[in-house]
Design a binder for this molecule. Structure first.
Ligand code: MN
Length: 252
């Protein structure tokens, strides 16, 4: 099982959630919202676990935490995964748009100079702007659009740019999203939960709720749950192969 976008550090008891993920053998990409959270959050990835930690600066915090870009730069050589990053065009955050663009551009430029990273990207109400910035930094790495909510036209553009997609049970509850998922290349899809922010049945999503997304995909694709698990695991292996080839090329 794969949860490729989870905020493990934001659960009330992060260690208990991480232990449960280890016991279940779940592959978790544990994303951070500020660079200063990365070292502490990395402690959740105990040796032997399948938890990996992404270095991020969430667009909703860009205006408050832009001074942490120096911390971002110092940690990037040791971080093969970057996120949560991106842009947020909702009314509460639009006033800080210039800060968001400056932070996102800085991160994409740093990732390019570092040889590319696997990036999990937030694009709420900002899909076309996110794609425009990704297009401006083609060497930044492999972008994974988490909880994609753009138009079909945006989706076509994202596919042409080489984007991957992570889809979760909360997203797949919407008919419009299920329709879009059917247009996404199956070999560029991973599951996620976006817990504890995302809600399922009135509670915070847990990493193991990612299986609910697998079940939804099986229905959409008319495949067995086991075959979908197999396909998603192959996707993950291919993606990680890219990280490893980057690290062999010189990054730690
Ligand atoms: Mn998130």
């Amino acid at each position: 099982m794969i949860d490729f976008h989870s905020h493990l550090d934001l659960y009330p008891d992060p260690h208990a959630v991480a232990e449960e993920c280890n016991a279940r053998g779940i592959y978790v990409l544990s994303v951070t919202t500020t660079p200063s959270a990365w070292i502490g959050t990395s402690d959740l990835a105990v040796p032997g676990s399948r938890v990996r930690t992404a270095l991020g600066l969430h667009p909703q915090l860009a205006h408050q935490r832009k001074s942490e870009l120096t911390i971002f730069d110092s940690l990037l050589p040791n971080a093969m995964y970057v996120g949560e990053i991106g842009l947020d065009g909702a009314p509460d955050f639009k006033p800080y748009w210039n800060d968001q663009i400056a932070v996102f551009d800085h991160v994409l430029s740093a990732c390019s100079q570092a040889g590319g990273r696997i990036m999990t990207i937030h694009s709420r109400r900002a899909t076309s702007a996110v794609l425009e910035r990704l297009g401006a930094f083609p060497s930044a790495g492999t972008p994974i659009l988490h909880w994609f909510s753009g138009s079909k036209r945006d989706l076509d553009r994202a596919i042409a740019l080489g984007c991957w997609f992570s889809v979760g049970p909360a997203m797949l509850a919407a008919e419009k999203s299920r329709t879009l998922v059917c247009y996404m290349p199956r070999n560029r899809i991973l599951t996620e939960t976006d817990g504890p922010f995302a809600q399922i049945e009135g509670r915070s999503a847990m990493p193991w709720d990612a299986q609910k997304a697998t079940i939804e995909l099986a229905a959409l694709w008319d495949m067995s749950e086991l075959d979908v698990d197999h396909l998603l695991n192959n996707n993950l292996r291919r993606l990680i192969g890219r990280v490893n080839s980057v690290s062999k090329a010189g990054a730690k």
